[in-house]
Design a protein around this ligand. Structure first.
Ligand code: ADE
Length: 441
């Protein structure tokens, strides 16, 4: 991955990028097993200073704000020319532009995971009162904030962002998949991590919880999960929130907005509430499914599944804005499936369908529905959730290839068939059968 960093203070990056893991990631290393083999550097860092591009005689890059007020505003020309020059150093590789600013969307692990997939990130660091708005309008970066506090500039936030992204890149730390148990990661359902203990078993009268010494992996898993949920409820109830605020002009499906529970209280952002579906929602759900899919097969499927009497778990997302009546704009359904060859101890559910009104897409509402749905399934003591869907979408939500756990499906091996285990797997796996109506879809 290539980082292009646009900053008026490049010297601030020297010690952070030149030390420890961030430094090692930028070095080619010899394979310890075969000294003749050199592994390429995982990342490269490129610093660019807008001051080197200013047209002004005195190297000025900022000026006083129109309309008055304190501080200085960074001018358009030096930043714009600097960004174009930085990008032109490698024209064949498109850069994802990011501006770090306190008015951006929150930097979350989910956003970090998304950025870690990109080949090249260009990070614009603001200073003083920030950028002339026209820089942001012209370059259209993803605007990212570190939190609800103000720093003197964007350099420290940029370094934090680089650190979070680089540690996720393959070969930088640990084994593949070792990030799955970080706080906020999909493997922990985006919750806080549980407490950790190591030797000795007792220290200053404080004992390690017995269950961790028991050797019973299932009990240990259950204990860790309970501690995670407990800690999250106590310290970060927002991570369990069933409401979220979404930004961006509604109807702009090309928005790159990343959703998730937001702490901002900007009244211009509509509130989306996620709740259990009621019988009175059925007509609205029907209309939503017809507008969200090309066929009406999904609407029929949902009606069939309800009629079969095997009460599915159904949630809706409802938009609540000052401008209109509450309206259903998202829906998710989980219905029981059977496993042929299993021993009946795993209570499985199939996820289908997931629908979001086209005008509200790309804001994380679908992901919030899946996440909340998984919690409801877990409370209902479901053992696993199966889905036929895009691994790139469901992977960050904790789904894995089902065959890895011994599950096959009746649709053939080419279908992206995935499972999210909600409890440790006991007993044999087997062939997963969806409801007959689903097979006919
Ligand atoms: N620049 C100043 N404060 C910031 C913050 N909280 N996040 C990102 N960039 C910033």
């Amino acid at each position: 991955m290539r980082f292009d960093l646009v900053t008026l203070f490049p010297e601030m990056f020297e010690s952070v990028l030149g030390s420890s893991i961030l430094r090692r990631a930028a070095e080619a290393v010899a394979n310890p097993a075969d000294a003749s083999e050199i592994r390429d550097a995982v990342v490269s860092y490129h610093l660019h200073n807008p001051r080197d591009y200013t047209d002004s005689k005195h190297n000025k890059v900022d000026d006083t704000p129109y309309g008055g007020g304190p501080g200085m505003v960074i001018q358009c020309q030096p930043v714009y020319d600097c960004v174009l020059a930085a990008e032109a150093e490698l024209p064949g590789m498109e850069a994802t532009r990011i501006a770090v600013t306190p008015t951006g969307r929150p930097l979350t692990q989910e956003l970090v995971e998304e950025l870690a997939q990109k080949p090249r990130l260009l990070v614009l660091c603001g200073h003083y009162e920030g950028f002339d708005q026209r820089i942001l309008d012209e370059l259209a970066p993803i605007e990212v904030s570190l939190g609800d506090y103000v720093l003197t500039g964007g350099e420290l936030p940029a370094m934090v962002l680089i650190d979070c992204v680089v540690r996720l890149l393959p070969g930088v730390i640990g084994k593949a998949g070792s990030h799955d148990r970080d706080s906020f990661s999909p493997g922990l359902d985006r919750l806080l991590d549980h407490p950790h203990y190591t030797r000795p078993p007792e220290w200053r009268g404080r004992a390690v919880p017995d269950v961790l010494l028991s050797g019973d992996h299932q009990k240990i898993e259950a204990w860790r999960r309970e501690r995670s949920v407990e800690l999250t409820k106590e310290r970060r109830p927002d991570l369990l929130a069933t409401t979220l605020r979404v930004a961006g002009a509604l109807g702009d499906a090309s928005s790159t907005e990343i959703g998730g529970p937001a702490s901002r209280s900007d009244a211009a952002m509509p509130i989306i509430a996620i709740r259990d579906a009621a019988d009175s929602d059925h007509d609205a759900i029907d209309a939503l499914l017809r507008s969200a899919f090309d066929t009406d097969a999904e609407a029929k499927l949902v009606r069939n599944l309800r009629d079969q009497g095997d009460a599915p778990i159904e949630l809706v997302a409802e938009v609540d804005s000052a401008a209109e009546q509450p309206r259903v704009i998202g829906h998710i359904l989980f219905s029981p499936v059977t496993i042929e060859g299993g021993d009946g101890r795993l209570r499985p559910l199939g996820l289908a369908p997931l629908a979001v009104d086209p005008a509200f897409r790309r804001r994380g509402i679908g992901r919030a529905l899946v996440r909340q749905g998984l919690r409801v399934c877990e409370d209902a003591r479901a053992g696993a959730v199966f889905v036929l869907g895009e691994p790139a979408y469901y992977g960050p939500l904790g789904f894995e290839t089902a065959s890895k756990h011994g599950f096959s499906n009746p649709f053939g091996v080419d279908e992206p068939f995935q499972v999210r285990l909600l409890r440790p797997l006991t007993g044999p796996a087997g062939m997963v059968q969806f409801a007959p109506a689903f097979d006919g879809l």
